[in-house]
Design a protein around this ligand. Structure first.
Ligand SMILES: *[C@@H]1O[C@H](CO)[C@@H](O)[C@H](O)[C@H]1NC(C)=O
Ligand SMILES: *[C@@H]1O[C@H](CO)[C@@H](O)[C@H](O)[C@H]1NC(C)=O
Length: 311
């Protein structure tokens, strides 16, 4: 081999080593994700808010730790927390999305996330069901929801052409994508939806979000999965966390494929959080914030949730 060729090989190996080192340094394998609490609408003594434990388990199952994000904190407190966590999840439920503790916290954190992402500080946001509906209100400045007959039903996803090459679904096994498209594997528990026609005629929604799937209740075609074009912001009108972790309603699918969907959705979002490098001021502050400081209470079958954390 000529000296030149050896040189080239040598340089190639060096750059490969650098690349490998660089890519592992560019990943945070200890992601911590905030899950937003929401206002209790029927009072529980000494408590004002709750988080359904299934959202916590969902994120933990894919290698994240969870910090509960309390409602009714000051903007400064949210900012400090924002700079300590690697992503935020807005859960489903029934809080008021135009006026509640949940809505106010969601707005502050959404604005911080948009601002951070614009600066190149990659910060993922996920909304499930009510959380997705909340995102549409934050993005458009309006409540654009319509009533649909979609309470307690499992549906297959009607994928759009955009789904296959989306960030969210491109890592899914092909077989699972086929099952998602043909079997009722997504739990729907909502009475409000964003009609596809509304999405397409609202400039803010249409510009921000790529629609990855839709569904219909027989009358109204509604948006069921989105990802933002230019931001790591994601929404599902359905509940990826329920298949593995909620047992109180008989329509929730629990097949092997259904459980894989829970995992792959969690894996995707946690991987997004691994791209963020926010951290707590100290290990002590981190320990104090984690969900491990609280114990879930068994609330099923009276509640739609098997277990809840109360705050
Ligand atoms: C509520 O808090 C008060 C004051 O800390 C305590 O005395 C009371 O036992 C609590 N009630 C319940 C139901 O936990
Ligand atoms: C949410 O709160 C607003 C303002 O208080 C109120 O007008 C609206 O009716 C509430 N929405 C629901 C669904 O309760």
């Amino acid at each position: 081999m000529s000296t030149f060729r050896i040189m080239i090989l040598f340089l190639f190996c060096i750059s490969l080593t650098c690349l490998l080192f660089y890519s592992s340094a560019k990943r945070n394998d200890r992601p911590i994700i905030g899950v937003l609490a929401q206002d209790l609408y029927s009072p529980v003594p000494n408590h004002t808010a709750y988080i359904a434990a299934s959202y916590v388990k969902f994120l933990e199952s894919a290698g994240a730790r969870v910090v509960p994000v309390m409602i009714n904190q000051t903007p400064e407190e949210y900012k400090t927390l924002f700079n300590s966590i690697n992503g935020i999840l807005y859960p489903g439920g029934s809080a008021n999305i135009t006026s509640s503790g949940y809505q106010r916290a969601a707005k502050i954190l959404y604005d911080l996330a948009i601002e951070a992402n614009k600066r190149g500080d990659y910060f993922p946001v996920w909304g499930t069901c009510l959380g997705y509906e909340q995102l549409t209100v934050l993005t458009s400045g309006n409540n654009l929801l319509s009533r649909t007959n979609t309470r307690d039903v499992a549906l297959p996803l009607d994928f759009t052409n955009e789904a296959k090459h989306s960030r969210m679904f491109k890592g899914f096994p092909a077989e699972l994508m086929e099952e998602l498209a043909s079997e009722p594997l997504t739990a729907n528990a909502h009475v409000w939806s964003v009609p596809v026609s509304t999405h397409n005629t609202n400039k803010e929604l249409k510009n921000l979000y790529k629609v990855l799937s839709t569904n219909t209740d027989g009358n109204t075609e509604f948006v069921s999965t989105v990802e933002a074009y230019d931001y790591p912001i994601y929404g599902t009108q359905w509940h990826p966390e329920k298949n593995s972790f909620e047992w109180t309603r008989s329509y929730i699918p629990h097949s092997s494929s259904a459980v894989k969907i829970t995992f792959y959705m969690a894996e995707f979002f946690v991987s997004e959080a691994r791209k963020n490098f926010h951290r707590f001021e100290s290990e002590e502050k981190e320990r104090e914030a984690l969900i491990y400081n609280y114990s879930p209470v068994h609330t099923g079958p009276k509640s739609a949730f098997e277990q809840k954390y109360f705050f």
